[in-house]
Design a protein around this ligand. Sequence first.
Ligand code: PFF
Length: 452
Amino acid sequence: MLSKDRANFGSKIGIILASAGSAVGLGNIWRFPCEVGSNGGAAFILIYLLCITFLGIPVMVSEFLIGRHSRANTASAYQILAPGTHWKWLGLMGVVAAFLILSYYAVVAGWTLEYTFASAADRFSGEKDFTGFFNNFVSNPWKPAACMALFLLLTHIVIVRGVKEGIEKFSKIMMPMLLLIICMLVICSFSMPGSIEGLTFLLKPDFSKVTTKVVLSAMGQAFFSLSLGMGCLCTYASYFSDEANLMKTAASVASIDTLVAIMAGFIIFPAVYSVQGLSPDAGPGLVFVTLPNVFRIAFGNVPWLGYIFSLMFYVLLVLAALTSTISLHEVSTAYIHESYGISRKQAARIVTGICIFLGIFCSLSFGILSDTTWMGMTVFDLFDFVTAKLIMPLGGMLICIFTGWYLDRRLVQAEVTNRGRLRLPFFGIYIFILRYVAPLAIGIIFVNELLK
Ligand code: PFF
């Protein structure tokens, strides 16, 4: 397809909100607090902020410039910029990653739908055993798979409406709603008795807890949270206008993403500390087991407040997950649509169908397929491992090498400065990070994950 015919985002705010929508997701509200909880709180957050600034933003700018310069889906982008070379595999690896991530991510996104329904139907108020509730639900062969399929269908509806009318329009509605809900929840959480202890956990760094494992987890989390290393933001950038300022957009997206992650911590930890006997390092169960307990116990005397708090929280998770599944779906849809000349609608149907099929196996990993493992990993764990631990860091490192070493420096400079129209005082530092700092740092995480 000719680049002139391609769809584009219509406004600067649309560009920022769609990209921030991809970045803000379960990674911020579900995974970030788990990582903070199990890696010692504030010290982890500080290292995370360094990773976002010195690795995340430079890699994001690189993905942006590759996408916008080629004006193509991520697989074709490398063929356009490096014709006849093996770099095309880097783009294809991103498409494979998008299929795999979407398949398991939609399972957890489906859980958020069930928890929203359960909150709306007030099923939590009489519940005492939330571990049992969670385990019964996720191990059921039908219900979580149906929720996963429903979530993918919601994503599908947005995708078939197109880039401007679907992705951009929905991001412009959902992101402000998400930010509003998060602000309201922070206020509620701060007003709970005993919340100060939770805040201290989040804000007082204890550097004795910093180990190499903590540094590596922070780096991995930064990549996952910013949707880097697999062509997602590269695909979105292929719809950016020529006027979009890539550095500023990357800084805005990273700031919104980090703000949401930290605010999620501000919601969860004060709430958890306000109830005695609950632990902040409950891992993945924090959001699905510990929090419903908090809602029930902390609001025992004012059940309607607990009802609202819980409903708002799970709606927040649904919105955050949806803006991310949309971006994952778009990577594969754009690839199939443009590379095979199939209509966008048909391409979207293929992607949704394949992901529902793969998602069923991921969903059953918590039930009847829990004993079907490979190297100790269920299908769900395997998809998570291959993407978040292998493909994303490897992709991130190769993207840095591609932009820092392979691409002509004049092309990079022209793209980042919008053909010389923007002044860019940090360009030298940016190239230095891309050439040396980022590939080395990311390479270390990668090897470490492999050797674990
Ligand atoms: N950044 C998303 C989150 O934090 O939940 C997850 C994600 C979305 C990863 C899109 C990768 C991606 F391409």
